[in-house]
Design a protein around this ligand. Structure first.
Ligand SMILES: [Zn+2]
Length: 299
């Protein structure tokens, strides 16, 4: 890999974000293409093609990394379906792009890509292992050990947002009850707030504004969610024993409202020997496309 530049593609519900990076994480170019309308497998692939063609003409590219919502099959490189893009089904991303561009294509879950990007280029890089939680609309996660992403069978591992924290608890977007995501995520906070008040807040920021205004209902929801997060993290730390626990994503902007409490709840719940060594922190909010590009540079 002489030139060592990679294209990273971050597939989202609204747009396809593409970037060119080197193995130090330096950004050369970013392209943001809105998802085509109507969105079909064909129009979606055509949009990705045109972004890659543009970047490939400008830079020598060694490989393509793609992160997308799942469920997916990382070995076959198929986006099986996505809740935010319901018109897509069984998109053969890897096969299509490898055939068209004759480059290696790596394809993983977006939360896993974000975790690998953070572990490779972020505030806590060069540690032996990092458990990374992405706090946003939902809760995603990834585990990186010795610079290598843990994938699970066919790449759907570390779905930490869907670990049960309340048996028979609140309904989660995944169809099951009591997941962490139903208590500590944008969706979770808004749904729990609506349940209690019949007021539909529009985003995480408006929820945290209620907390700052000392709305007791919002405070109680955040506090319960924080305990739910701490208990889930406790389980994960006992399972994986990471060197560092890192939180990233939009909700970390409100870290001042819950971070100290969360850290203290985690530290008092895990084995003392683990607590003495564990680093807990907030990562940078690196571009999703950088996380995807880091797949190309892994190991
Ligand atoms: Zn769930």
């Amino acid at each position: 890999m002489k030139e060592a530049l990679a294209i990273g593609i971050d597939i989202g519900g609204g747009s396809i974000k593409t970037g060119v990076f080197d193995r130090l994480g330096k950004e050369y170019k970013l392209l943001n293409v809105p998802n085509p309308s109507p969105l079909t497998n064909e129009s979606f692939l055509a949009s990705i093609d045109s972004a890659i063609i543009t970047l490939h003409e400008l830079y020598p590219i060694a490989g393509i990394g793609i992160g997308s919502p799942g469920p997916l099959d990382n070995e076959l490189g198929i986006l099986i379906k996505s809740a935010n893009m319901p018109s897509l089904q069984n998109v053969k991303l890897k096969e299509h792009l490898e055939t068209k561009f004759h480059l290696p294509v790596f394809y993983e879950n977006d939360a896993n890509c974000a975790a690998l990007g953070e572990a490779t280029f972020g505030a806590f890089k060069n540690l032996s292992s990092q458990l990374i939680l992405t706090l946003g609309t939902g809760v995603g996660g990834g585990f990186v050990e010795q610079g290598k992403l843990y994938l699970g069978y066919k790449g759907n591992g570390i779905e930490i947002g869907h670990m049960t924290v309340v048996i028979d608890g609140a309904l989660c977007g995944c169809g099951q009850k009591g997941c962490l995501e139903a208590y500590f995520s944008t969706k979770g906070f808004l749904n729990r707030f609506f349940e209690k008040t019949k007021v539909q807040l529009k985003d995480a920021e408006s929820f945290f504004t209620e907390v700052r205004k000392e709305n007791q209902i919002a405070i109680d929801i955040l506090n319960f969610g924080t305990v739910a997060m701490a208990e889930t993290v406790r389980n994960a730390i006992h399972l994986l024993n990471p060197e560092a626990l890192i939180f990233v994503g939009g909700i970390t902007h409100a870290w001042d409202l819950f971070g100290e409490n969360l850290e203290s709840l985690i530290r008092t719940r895990i084995f003392p020997v683990l607590n003495e060594r564990l680093i807990i922190g907030v990562g940078g909010n690196l571009a999703g496309s950088l996380g995807a590009a880091s797949l190309v540079f892994q190991r």
